[in-house]
Design a protein around this ligand. Structure first.
Ligand SMILES: [Zn+2]
Ligand SMILES: [Zn+2]
Length: 317
């Protein structure tokens, strides 16, 4: 009995010591790991701090250069050249612009930068295009790799869709901040057998992308609003309209959230013809009627667009 008691005491001592040793070991491992992590993150944040102002400067410029790269693609369309893959075209344009940028940063900050455009894609807003660029930097013994994301605005750029869709050879012209369809649209409608193509002779549309401020759009039925919208030449958000990137490829419709603009007819004719939203004229192809049959400049609209813009009666504007 006595020996057994001693035995059990001994067991308790050995057991407790073992637990203490294991605990000490665990604590040591934890402390060492934590210290290493803290050290690493210090180095990281130190490196990021060193490069932060360079990366910020670069990201700000990406907003501008991204837009320049889109504008170059738009110019190509206006020069009469087709764009089959706008993302690829804009990526190439931007890669070139960023090469120059990298050289400028070399002189400005004495840093070696290399960059690669990873994607150009529609964003949540039809007025912005999302750019992703992989940026690598090296200065002295420090290095960083980072993916930069920025949105570039397409407001103020020209609408490429009419030219991309109909081609320069159709006779469509752009001047005085307007698209002048001349006979291009009526010829296109004639070829496709749409009703009353003569209604669209000499039709016009806004050229520069401007976001309509009369939001929600039912306010277009309020006095003076539609007149101001047409005079200024605003574009409108539309799930059915095509986005800027697809407009460059001449698509009147696309799966992305896009925009629509009214193609304004100037005709004494009161026949049914294509509803004048550009995605209807270029892709969806359904008819509408003049809002005011006696007005030469009246919009030709279908009932769902009338509802969207609050133009339900026979308003004249
Ligand atoms: Zn408007
Ligand atoms: Zn699209």
């Amino acid at each position: 009995m006595k020996a057994k008691k001693l035995d059990s005491k001994g067991n308790i001592i050995v057991g407790t010591t073992a637990i203490l040793i294991v605990a000490l070991l665990l604590i040591s491992i934890f402390v060492i790991t934590t210290m290493t992590l803290i050290k690493d993150s210090n180095i990281d944040s130190e490196a990021n701090d060193n490069f932060k102002y360079i990366i910020d400067d670069y990201s700000d410029n990406l907003e501008v250069l991204g837009r320049d790269a889109i504008a170059e693609a738009t110019q190509k369309v206006y020069n009469g050249l087709p764009i089959r893959d706008s993302e690829d075209q804009i990526s190439k344009n931007l890669d070139k612009l960023l090469d120059d940028e990298n050289n400028e940063f070399k002189q400005k900050y004495d840093i070696d930068l290399s960059s690669e455009v990873m994607s150009v894609e529609p964003s949540d807003s039809p007025w912005k295009v999302l750019f992703k660029v992989k940026l690598n930097g090296k200065k002295d013994n420090n290095e960083f790799n980072q993916i930069i994301e920025r949105n570039a605005s397409i407001e103020g750029l020209r609408d490429p869709l009419p030219i991309a869709k109909l081609t320069i050879a159709s006779g469509v012209m752009a001047y005085d901040d307007k698209i002048h369809y001349k006979t291009a649209l009526s010829a296109y409608m004639l070829v496709h057998n749409f009703d009353s193509p003569e209604s669209y002779i000499e039709a016009t549309a806004p050229m520069t992308m401007k976001k309509c401020p009369y939001d929600p759009y039912v306010h277009h039925g309020d006095p003076g609003v539609l007149r101001d919208c047409l005079d200024t030449g605003y574009f409108h958000e539309s799930a059915d309209g095509s986005c800027y990137l697809c407009r460059l490829e001449g698509k009147g419709k696309c799966p992305h959230y896009g925009m629509e603009v009214f193609i304004q007819t100037h005709t004494p004719l009161g026949n049914e013809s294509l509803s004048c939203s550009d995605h209807v004229v270029f892709a969806d192809h359904y008819n509408g009627e003049k809002i005011d049959p006696n007005d030469w400049d009246s919009l030709i609209l279908d009932s769902s667009h009338r509802k969207k813009y609050g133009l339900v009666g026979n308003e004249s504007y």
